[in-house]
Design a protein. Sequence first.
Lengths: 137, 389
Amino acid sequence: MEYSEKVMEHFRNPRNVGEIENPDGVGRVGNPVCGDIMELYIKVKDGVITDARFKTFGCGAAIATSSMVTELVKNKTIDDALKISNRAVADALGGLPPIKMHCSLLAEEALKKALDDYRGRTSIPASGKPVRKLQMG
Amino acid sequence: MKKIYLDNAATTPTDARVLEAMLPFFSQMYGNPSSLHAFGQEAKHAIEEARYIVAQFIGAKQEEIVFTSGGTESNNTAIKGVAYARREKGNHIITSKIEHHAVMEPCHFLEKQGFEVTYIPVDEFGLVDPADVKKAISGKTILISIIQANNEIGTIEPIAEIGKIARREGVYFHTDAVQTLGHVPVNVSELNVDILSASGHKLYGPKGVGILYVRKGIRMLPFMHGGDQEQGRRASTHNVPGIVGFGKAVELAKDEMANEIEQLTLLRDKMIKGILDSIEYARLNGHPQERLPNNVNVSISYVEGESMLLNLDMEGIACSTGSACTSSSLEPSHVLAAIGLSHELAHGSLRFTLGRLTSEEDIDYVLTRLPVIVRKLRAMSPLYKKEVK
């Protein structure tokens, strides 16, 4: 098993590590296969993801895919972000060893969960412009 | 960049003196020991000398040593060879939950062939209780196989005591001594073992050569069928350079082992203390005293082993981990599971195994780098935030 240069580069210098205060969406997933855990935070403005950050407990591939997915979603609309597949994350990293493909799935699932969370917090009218739900309580 | 090799349990560098002893046997003294002419007899003499050195070192007779291709072959031969030779007597084998794969997998194979295998659990330090072994023996038990010292956590098992029980019950007793030969005293009489496996490249010898000690009178089928080398116990042309190298490695161990045990134990304990003192939420895996002199195995909470390993590698430090992430099965180490570690702690394990070339400066260097790496990865870890803050 060998990691690509790109994987190692993202592992060495992961982008967007950390949390976002008052995020608009959070996706927390655990990988049942090997036990890795990832948290993805997104900030959304006018239907566009303006910031994404992550925290990950996992191997080199898990950290690199987390880093890459935050890069891929930034400045994307929600609809475009939803189209990002685990394959796209792996491809952007110059591929992953077959045994590590499940790590890219972790990144995709975290993203989908963060987007679901965002949509759950907001209602999206026909105009496509999200409106914050009123916080009750 | 400084390069520090702390993975000596995986393999050791071939000692220059071993290599020197081996070299003439490639293109000068290249005869086949089975040949009657002078070329063959010269090679024959060399392998018999190696056999003598090895036999002396472990308190065996020369004819009780069989040369093999390595630890895995020796273990396979021992387990399957005894199982098939004694099948009419019984079909029960006893082993432990912390064996190397080279013992565990032959046992799994035999289970599919109709044998029954009992896997004795270990305590939190990785120790097998001889009383548990005794309890597991039935009229059908034909073989007990317990590792002398575990390759991951370094715990040294009470082999002599288990051997005494086996002998009293008339059950063959095998031990996997791959991690111990040349590192701690191994004497087949004192240990009460009937069969013992060891490998050349774990004690500064070459890869591709191992030994199987088989006590006189022990019945065992061969694993390799073919020519009548090794008194019909292991066919195949002798690996003469390898066998000569094995002999030389043992000769060196005989002279240097006592000193190395003392040196490495000091370095080992310094490293363990250094890690536990400088990193919060870290624990030692394995037994604090009944432990190989060169083994440091720690679990560091909230971070994953492969990430630490890769970061250490970037700093020139080589070690290994029991993390699921680095195994092809994506299962965490069965040894760490057997001592009761949670999935997460097994995930965060690191093994450093010191060697003949390890210096105190090497240990100091690791002790300065590791805490920095752990801090960096913990800052990235969602678990650390939740548990600690």
